[in-house]
Design a protein around this ligand. Sequence first.
Ligand code: SDX
Length: 434
Amino acid sequence: MNDNRSDPQANLHLDGKNFRLEMVAGSMGDRAVHLGKLRSETGCMAFDPGMANTAICRSAITFVDGEKGVLLHRGYAIADLVEHCSFIEVAYLLIHGTLPTLEQQQQFSRLLNIHSMLHEDMRSFFGNYPEGAHPMAVLSAMVVSLSSFYPELRLETGKEEMNITVTRLLSKLRTIAAFSYKKSIGEPFVYPSYKFSYCENFLNMMFSSPVSHYRADAYDVAIMNKLLILHADHEQNASTTAVRMVGSTGANLYACISAGICALWGALHGGANQAVVEMLERIQQQGLTVDQVVTMAKDHNDPFRLMGFGHRIYKSYDPRAKIAKQLCMAVLQKKKPNDPLVATALALEERALQDSYFQDRRLYPNVDFYTGLIYRALGFPKEMFTVLFALGRLPGWIAHWQEMHQDPEQKIMRPRQLYTGPGPLPFVPIEERS
Ligand code: SDX
């Protein structure tokens, strides 16, 4: 709990006046100076590019301690959830706030199955995409299109309707993801089936075909569950903040999730898992040494960055990366022993962690450094890696969307700026302009 000896107020001395600002705290983690009245009382704004020092809300969903490498979902440690839960259990935990009883989980799974099909009219949307369309483009477009087929979630909607809408989205995103892959390889869609669990259904829709007797390997299903749990939520990251920002205008859930998918796509965020494997392949193709790569990463005149390294919050080893590294070693040993990309990744991590540039800046592997190698060993193409990140992150986005709408302090997000442009200028008619 917070140290209750800390000062309940902060003093701001400005223009010869003294302003007392209230200190606020959550149940764990950093305290904050409440700036809700800063401008009205002092006439000044706060300036915080990238919101690196700004808490935009109170939240009970996920706690991250970047100094100690701690990640809790509704109070449960990520290692325990990965070890003991299915992805659906963790999705239920994030969305409903408690781990489900057996009966609640069975009801949740039944709803997921009922809502796993796409409206047949949506199938034709896939046909209008060019073969090379990136699945993240398809995913975001198809998700926002769901609002054309299913009733918009009104904020005053009852719990039952909310549950159905949330479960519908959780189930259909998985189907859309698999269909976008099948479209990209010109194969017929494989429909979801009542016979399979969430992850087994997904793998079946991805890798089964009319001419194969594919049956998802129980080992792959277990790994898929763990990978989706590793991505399930991460407090106010860029894509979750995008979901909250769009949701704060009153936009419907599908539009908010579509915005989150687009924000996640960036290589600095969820797109990093694809960028890591592309980086490792480039190193191999160009015969670069680990020393050459680390030198490039440290050279600010070189746009190259060590993808999968560094994090805004973790200034220690990302606890998810620790788990992902262990999973990577086990999966690759079983499915792709002696994979040169893994050897390069391990050598890069070892070399970087010994280097003062990375040590001084407290740059460690993040969740994306090893996960792409696992997806690749499971048979997913690189273009699907960030889609898999989105599949895992969906329950987190939904939980934050719900929490925001239940938060009395929340209103439309509308940050301010420091203006640096010209003016006021006298208007010049076009005939007098030179
Ligand atoms: C995710 O926020 C979340 O929680 C995100 C996420 C989630 O679950 O939602 O955890 C998922 O997005 C993980 C991050 C995936 N992205 C990457 O792996 C891309 C590579 N990483 C970097 O681009 C960077 O580390 C960020 C974007 C992750 C964080 O950027 P910051 O916090 O803005 O840090 P910065 O760019 O200001 O860097 C600080 C210093 C700089 O050097 P100096 O100017 O001080 O000399 O560290 C250097 C940077 O040049 N640096 C790197 C580096 N990351 C930071 N140098 C080389 N390689 C890197 N990867």
